[in-house]
Design a protein around this ligand. Structure first.
Ligand SMILES: Cc1cc2nc3c(=O)[nH]c(=O)nc-3n(C[C@H](O)[C@H](O)[C@H](O)COP(=O)(O)O)c2cc1C
Length: 185
């Protein structure tokens, strides 16, 4: 059976989003994908843990799609990590529900790629800033794939966004076809 993909879409201000909306529009209707908008589902941040854990069990590839906020994720995704990845479910002696699944971070950043270098204004490569996500996935027995990153999102014009969104769509189609993009580590 083809891998089933769960896209956790996390953006607190959709009316101001260009990049994540463009990316989401390109993949939302793909048949192999469950598109789950966390801010729409939980506007008061009261996450239904049982529902989220059932969704995780039912999928093979988990996508965390969000803008980079303060070198991390918007707060609802942090809350989701805190309450959904419970001991005994995601990790710990009997916490094996996520073993063997794959995780893909899909990120947009305001800063250009060159700023995410030791001599750039953001000083650290994104791979280093994303270590908490990578290690979270790893602790839960999942493979953390090479992130799909859209740098300098605010500077992209509509044709550029359309081209990147088409690449994102193809990337998810490849994952859904069972092609295995290179793990990040
Ligand atoms: C609260 C907040 C924090 C942000 N922090 C960062 C950051 O740490 N690094 C960065 O490159 N961009 C940062 N940005 C810019 C966003 O990442 C950028 O606007 C977003 O990725 C664009 O995608 P969108 O069009 O879907 O909103 C931040 C924006 C906001 C509102």
């Amino acid at each position: 059976m083809s891998p089933r993909i769960l896209v956790l879409f996390v953006h607190p201000a959709l009316h101001r989003s260009r990049a994540n909306v463009a990316l989401a529009q390109a993949i939302q209707e793909l048949p192999a994908i469950t598109f789950h908008d966390l801010y729409a589902a939980y506007p008061r941040h009261l996450i239904d843990v049982d529902r989220e854990q059932a969704l995780l069990r039912a999928h093979d590839v988990i996508v965390w799609q969000h803008p980079l906020y303060w070198y991390s994720c918007p707060s609802l995704l942090k809350e989701w990590l805190d309450v959904v990845l419970e001991h005994g479910f995601a990790y710990g002696e009997h916490g094996t529900a996520l073993r063997g699944k794959r995780v893909l971070s899909v990120l947009t950043t305001g800063g250009p790629a060159a700023s995410y270098q030791s001599d750039g204004s953001n000083r650290y490569p994104l791979s280093q800033l994303l270590v908490p996500f990578e290690q979270t996935a790893r602790l839960c027995g999942m493979t953390y794939l090479e992130p799909f990153v859209v740098h300098g999102a605010g500077q992209l014009d509509d044709p550029q966004l359309r081209e990147i969104a088409a690449r994102y769509r193809q990337h998810l189609l490849d994952l859904g076809n069972g092609s295995r993009p290179t793990p990040a580590v």
